[in-house]
Design a protein. Structure first.
Length: 274
């Protein structure tokens, strides 16, 4: 299992702490962050550490530095949704693998999803968004965080929200899980179908960048959506973030048949990309 947490420099620890406060709504969008001297005093660090932490948050597009004015929290990224004909809907029996690069198929790569935390909702602004999507109070929801990897590398992060009453014991503690969505459906005795899916692109925030081992601000593909019962009751909201330069999403609305044979692309320069 890959190591998802490493000892980080002091400025990254500070950046993550500030990001967590932004996520929790302590510093809402548009608000001004404390000044350098205020943060030095509060966190017991020097000005260089504060400046490096702020620079990291700026690279992650979490804040905006207005020279001579101050540092302000950016608004959340806008989401662009893609409408899907309901007749093309497929049963949602767990779709982590459909979010992975096609190069993993048939190559014997070890794909692993590992739960890193299972918590009551209510400690982050994303919990409020999930509650709106599911049409339920935040207080009745749980949030499950997971990382999926291919071999030794972390490729993506998933966050799931569901009613706490439906959370099975298998998903309530850290550890590997074979298929989180199927485990939830089987335990609750329900069938899950897609309600909607949306796609967007963001820069990795401090927490996601740390888990994935990439610089803050690195491009991530985001796939999110709600799954519901056949009668339309929303049950599960999921938000996946995947390294953007190493994966793509494909929506197939018709059976494409067998894939065409792959033709190698000649490379004249060993330093050129594919």
């Amino acid at each position: 299992m890959p190591n998802h947490r490493r000892t980080s420099p002091r400025y990254l620890q500070l950046a993550r702490l500030i990001q967590e406060r932004i996520d929790a709504g302590e510093f809402p969008a548009g608000s001004r962050l404390p000044s350098e001297p205020e943060m030095c005093a509060e966190f017991g660090v020097n000005r260089l550490t504060v400046r490096e932490a702020v620079a990291e948050l700026e690279r992650a597009a979490a804040i905006e530095i207005r020279r001579g004015v101050g540092t302000f929290v950016r608004p959340p990224v806008a989401r662009v949704s893609i409408a899907v004909d309901p007749r093309s809907q497929r049963f949602d029996m767990g779709s982590t693998h459909t979010s992975l690069p096609e190069s993993t198929a048939g190559q014997g790569m070890d794909v692993q999803e590992t739960i890193t935390a299972a918590l009551p909702a209510g400690t982050a602004t994303t919990d409020e968004e999930a509650a709106r999507h599911l049409g339920r109070p935040v207080a009745v929801l749980s949030r499950v965080e997971s990382v999926f990897s291919i071999g030794p590398e972390s490729w993506g992060i998933s966050t799931y929200w569901m009613p706490s009453a439906l959370l099975p014991r298998e998903l309530a503690a850290p550890g590997p899980v074979e298929n989180l969505v199927r485990t939830l459906a089987d335990s609750a005795g329900i069938t899950l179908e897609y309600d909607w899916r949306a796609f967007s692109a963001i820069g990795a925030d401090i927490g996601d960048a740390d888990v994935l081992g990439v610089p803050a601000g690195s491009p991530l593909l985001v796939r999110e959506g709600v799954s519901c019962t056949p009668d339309g009751e929303p049950v599960l909201y999921v938000r996946r973030r995947i390294q953007g330069e190493r994966a793509r999403f494909v929506l197939n609305f018709r059976d494409p048949g067998p894939p065409p044979p792959q033709t190698p692309v000649p490379r004249s320069d060993p330093d050129e990309g594919p």
